[in-house]
Structures are given as structure tokens and as C-alpha cells.
Design a protein around this ligand. Structure first.
Ligand code: FES
Length: 157
């Protein structure tokens, strides 16, 4: 039986065309796609380029420039670890190494079961309380490697 994929494609087409002609239309369309699908499907780049009359390279450049746009779905939980100078001075590199060791994934990666994504971020505004992280949108200061324990245990987080 053939899978019906026309509905999601139609929705994505609508999300793109709804912003054609608007100031900042490309950004609005990318935000809409990111919210709807959880990522920007690379297959949509030619449609975006055509709709906004720019090159595919320009579309890819915008997607790559902004951390909030992703090329693959993120995990159920997203842990962002500050890599900026003030947090590095109080241990963010060790914290990052602990995350990589405990979760078995690198920065910018998602666990194979889709539970956790770990990302780098450059300052969360908690510089005096580093190392800082953001877990599912919640800011956390003076983070220790214990933060990752619950996420490292399969089925726990
Ligand atoms: S340097 Fe890490 S929160 Fe500012």
C-alpha cells in the first residue's frame, strides 16, 4: 500500500507560500517549518529558494547560521551547554566531556533512541553562575556532571 505523503507536503508548501512577499518572509517560513516539523527538511531548500527568489546556497546559509534551525529532528530533551569564556573558566569543558561520555553523543547530536540532544550554546546570561546549561528551555547554573545521570539511563528521562 502506498503511503500518502501529500498532506504533509501540502502543509509545508502552505507554510512557505504564506510568507512570500513579507518582510523577513524567509525567516518566517523557516520558523514555521521548524515549529511544524521540528526541523528543516533539506528537500524543501529548492522550494524555499524558488519561493523567495534566492539561491539554494543562500537558503542553506541562513539555515546553518541560526542555531534554532535544525536539519534533523531534535531529541525529546534538549540540553544546551554553554561553551563561552566565563563558563569555560569554571569547568564547562569538563562538563561537556562528561555529557559526551555519559550520553555517548557529541555536541549537536541526538541519542539513537531520540531521547536527548546535546548542543553547544555561547552564553546564556548566567555567566556569574557557570557552568551554565539550558535543559528543555530551563536555565540551570552551577551545573555538575550529575545533570546527565538521569538522561544517561535508558528509559529514565
Ligand atoms: S558565559 Fe556561560 S552563561 Fe555566559
Amino acid at each position: 500500500m502506498a503511503e500518502n505523503t501529500s498532506q504533509p507536503r501540502r502543509m509545508n508548501d502552505d507554510l512557505i507560500t504564506a510568507h512570500v512577499g513579507e518582510t523577513g518572509g524567509l525567516m518566517r517560513a523557516l520558523n514555521a517549518l521548524q515549529q511544524h516539523d521540528g526541523y528543516i527538511d533539506a528537500a524543501l531548500v529548492p522550494k524555499l529558494a524558488k519561493a523567495f527568489n534566492i539561491t539554494k546556497a543562500e537558503v542553506k546559509g541562513v539555515i546553518s547560521f541560526y542555531d534554532d534551525f535544525t536539519k534533523a529532528p531534535k531529541g525529546k530533551h534538549v540540553i544546551r551547554i554553554c561553551q563561552a569564556e566565563a563558563c569555560q573558566a569554571v569547568g564547562s569543558r569538563g562538563l561537556t566531556a562528561a555529557a559526551i561520555e555519559k550520553l555517548g553523543i557529541g555536541l549537536g547530536e541526538t541519542t539513537p533512541d531520540g531521547r536527548v540532544t546535546v548542543e553547544a550554546v555561547y552564553c546564556l546570561g548566567l555567566c556569574a553562575s557557570g557552568p551554565a546549561a539550558m535543559v528543555d528551555g530551563q536555565l540551570k547554573g552551577r551545573v555538575s556532571a550529575h545533570l546527565f545521570d538521569a538522561y544517561a539511563e535508558e528509559g529514565e528521562a
